[in-house]
Design a protein around this ligand. Structure first.
Ligand SMILES: [Zn+2]
Length: 266
């Protein structure tokens, strides 16, 4: 019994992460098309058969149905369970770094949104406003939690000045990149969506981790981008930004401290 209690944050994160992942599949499918998130209920894109509740259990239903619609045998893309698993992984990473508490209300949905944003950007090279705005609202909730002391010292939520500087650093740098790209290459490499994404993340991460996130994204984007380009694949920048931000949330304070120790020791 005691071990069960000890494992509570992990079980909770896993279940909430899978549920958010299931919702992510709805977001990824419907938000770019401007469709309602609640109506109509989910149905098979091939035969229109309504999805029964027991066919909608994250990952397990896909396995149980062997990846096929129960009505027409349409092959359900493996991407559906993968999105659910990846979202669950982000939730577990929160459980790893942040003690169970109020700040989970911010971190779990925020990281889940990053998964949805990355997949939508890969699909249609767009970061829809409703999603980046929701991320910004979660940043606002984070500020309230940290200012009121509800969040606790280990919540990884930034203090107000760091968060506001984060908005300037995230939004400003990306805006600068976009402007520079246009100036040098006369084409839009980075869009307004990227600027809004990093402004919102700046609010969530604080300026220090935001700078780290952008650095990691630029590093991944240039190395990974070059490798992929050789194979004829050109990725949007959004997925790199979301990946960099996830790493910066998990490791930012540790890596920044290690870097400063090293730099000051020279
Ligand atoms: Zn079907």
């Amino acid at each position: 019994m005691e071990t069960l209690v000890l494992w509570t944050p992990w079980w909770l994160a896993l279940l909430l992460g899978l549920a958010l992942g299931s919702f992510n599949n709805v977001l990824i499918h419907r938000v770019p098309q401007g469709l309602s998130l609640v109506r109509p209920g989910s149905s098979c894109p091939s035969c229109g058969r309504r999805i029964r509740p027991w066919e909608n259990v994250p990952v397990l239903s896909w396995l149980g149905l062997r990846g096929r619609c129960a009505g027409c045998g349409w092959r359900i893309p493996v991407r559906y369970p993968l999105v659910e698993l990846l979202t669950a992984l982000t939730a577990l990473s929160v459980a790893w770094r942040v003690p169970l508490g109020w700040s989970w209300l911010v971190w779990l949905p925020a990281l889940a949104l990053l998964v949805a944003l990355a997949v939508i950007d890969l699909d249609c090279r767009r970061l829809p406003n409703p999603l980046t705005a929701t991320l910004g609202a979660l940043g606002g909730l984070g500020l309230i939690l940290s200012a009121s002391g509800l969040a606790g010292a280990e919540s990884r939520l930034p203090a107000l000045p760091d968060a506001l500087l984060g908005v300037l650093a995230g939004g400003g740098l990306l805006w600068g990149f976009a402007w520079l790209g246009w100036l040098l290459f006369k084409r839009e490499g980075m869009g307004a969506g990227d600027v809004k994404l990093m402004a919102a993340l700046g609010l969530l991460l604080g300026w220090q981790s935001t700078l780290l996130a952008i650095f990691l994204a630029a590093l991944g984007g240039s190395i990974g981008g070059l490798l992929l380009k050789r194979r004829g694949v050109e990725l949007a920048f959004g997925p790199w930004l979301t990946l960099g931000s996830w790493l910066a949330l998990l490791q930012g304070p540790e890596w920044i401290r290690a870097y400063l120790d090293w730099a000051l020791g020279l």
